[in-house]
Ligand binder design. Structure first.
Ligand SMILES: Nc1nc2c(ncn2[C@@H]2O[C@H](COP(=O)(O)OP(=O)(O)O)[C@@H](O)[C@H]2O)c(=O)[nH]1
Ligand SMILES: [Mg+2]
Length: 448
């Protein structure tokens, strides 16, 4: 159902800045902004107008620029106003307060984009990429989300949809006329269209591994016994002194996360409490969190030194484990050679001098297996897209095996094909439930 009220929110983050932008969208936005600006005439579409902002007691409180986007050619599809005021939290709050007094209400997270979706300005994969663009880090992430917002994933999904609809129309035809068990021309067409769709959906489903890494950043967890230099390595990899380093075992008790962009890819490093047994409660909680984080990581750097035990079987979930011998500035060739003969894949670094760090960074990037040239590929980027595309693939697989069996049950075939079609429509948000839609938009920030 189309909303008929007017929403207002700050489009820029809270704080002191050169300018801040307050955005309004809805049927009464025009009236509200005219009153706040005491602007008698209508605002010109897509033109910036210099105005004074007034409180309801007629006292001016700031000068601003108002830009008007007339329905339907606006972000939300409704009348939209962007008020660019001075970047002070008080001024932003006053504008929002005045707008509310004049009948607007504060927008929920993602509500502007939700309205854009309801009004058909973008589909659900495009909306998800709006969130990806804002929250993502790294050039590759921005470029991927930009391609999706521009409609490249949508185009791909529409082509798959077309193949499935083509197969379905032949099945419906066969349902009416076919009485033979021989392979008709139509059956060949059905199989061709379904196989085409299956190949495309299959490669999209596979693309999620890379899409997720690009969109959310890769998680690299640094783990190992206390005092082997995990925090020193963490700081070195980030190029800043974020974690506390001391010579006392058990210094790091909580998880510390920090992001860095390597080669256009965002990587979230986590420094963890060293794993050891029987320590006090706070440290034990740190160790529990470290273990949990390791299970969800993409890569685990399992750090040790010659004083500690080399890494044993780490319970690592899906992660790639890279054993890292730290403090190499203290060890000679012979000592390193001994380790290498035991753990072939071991990396030698000195977090203190920086030796081996570049190699380790390259190894991390290589383990993530992100293609060098992704400039024209589109990937699935959210778990939701991935789950639904797996369901689509399953239905297409079923349909293809049905058509290879004789006699063909066109009724069953039709059900499977409709399921796959429904999955495509769900990815695009054409038939997605209210609950899932709300969940998608609730992850946005307010004002987007
Ligand atoms: N010689 C040497 N000392 C290091 C190196 N990395 C860390 N250390 C020292 O080892 C001690 C423990 O370091 P820390 O990073 O707190 O270890 P964590 O407990 O594993 O986080 C500190 O005294 C560090 O200065 C290294 O590469 N070489
Ligand atoms: Mg530490």
């Amino acid at each position: 159902m189309k909303p008929n009220d007017t929403i207002v929110a700050a489009a820029t983050p809270y704080g002191f800045s050169g300018i801040a932008v307050v955005r309004l969208s809805g049927t009464t936005a025009n009236e509200i902004v005219k009153k706040i600006c005491q602007h008698p005439s209508s605002f010109l579409n897509r033109k910036a107008t210099k105005v004074q902002l007034y409180k309801s007691n007629n006292k001016p409180f700031d000068s601003a620029l108002v830009t008007f986007f007339k329905t339907p050619n606006s972000y939300t599809g409704e009348d939209v106003f962007e008020i660019s005021c001075h970047g002070s939290p008080t001024i932003v709050e006053t504008i929002i307060e005045e707008a509310i007094n004049l009948g607007a209400r504060t927008a929920d997270p993602g509500e502007f984009t939700q309205r854009a979706f309801i009004n058909g300005k973008l589909d659900l994969v495009q909306a998800e990429s709006v969130a990806g663009t804002i929250h993502g880090l790294g050039e590759k992430c921005s470029r991927l989300n930009h391609r999706i917002i521009s409609g490249e994933l949508t185009k791909k999904l529409e082509l798959i949809r077309k193949s499935i609809v083509d197969a379905l129309s032949h099945v419906e035809f066969e349902l009416d006329v076919s009485e033979e068990d021989i392979l008709s021309v139509s059956d060949v067409r059905i199989l061709e269209s379904l196989s085409l769709a299956k190949n495309e959906v299959s490669s999209l489903t596979k693309s999620f591994k890379e899409g997720r890494l690009l969109n959310r950043g890769a998680s690299v967890v640094i783990t190992g016994p206390p005092n082997v230099g995990k925090s020193t390595l963490f700081n070195k990899l980030l190029n800043e002194n974020k974690a506390i380093v001391t010579s006392f075992p058990g210094t790091t008790r909580d998880l510390i996360d920090a992001s860095v962009v390597y080669n256009g890819v965002s990587i979230v490093f986590s420094d963890t409490a060293g794993i050891r047994e029987g320590e006090e409660e706070i440290e034990m909680e740190g160790i529990r969190r470290a273990t949990e984080k390791t299970h969800k990581a993409d890569i685990v750097l399992s750090v040790f030194d010659l004083e500690s035990q080399p890494p044993q079987n780490i319970n690592k979930g899906r992660a790639v484990v890279i054993p890292v011998l730290n403090k190499c500035d203290l060890y000679n060739e012979n000592q390193r050679y001994k380790i290498k003969s035991k753990i072939n894949s071991c990396f030698f670094v000195s977090a203190k001098t920086g030796d081996g760090i570049e190699n380790l960074k390259n190894r991390i990037l290589k383990s993530l297996d992100i293609s060098e040239n992704i400039s024209d590929s589109v990937f699935l980027i959210t778990q939701r897209q991935y789950d639904v595309s797996k369901r689509c693939l399953l239905a297409l697989d079923e349909a293809i095996s049905l058509i290879k069996n004789r006699p063909i049950s066109f009724e069953l075939l039709s059900i499977e094909i409709r399921d796959s079609l429904d999955a495509i429509d769900r990815i695009l948000g054409k038939t997605t439930s209210e609950e899932i839609l709300n969940n998608v938009f609730s992850h946005f920030c307010v004002g987007k």
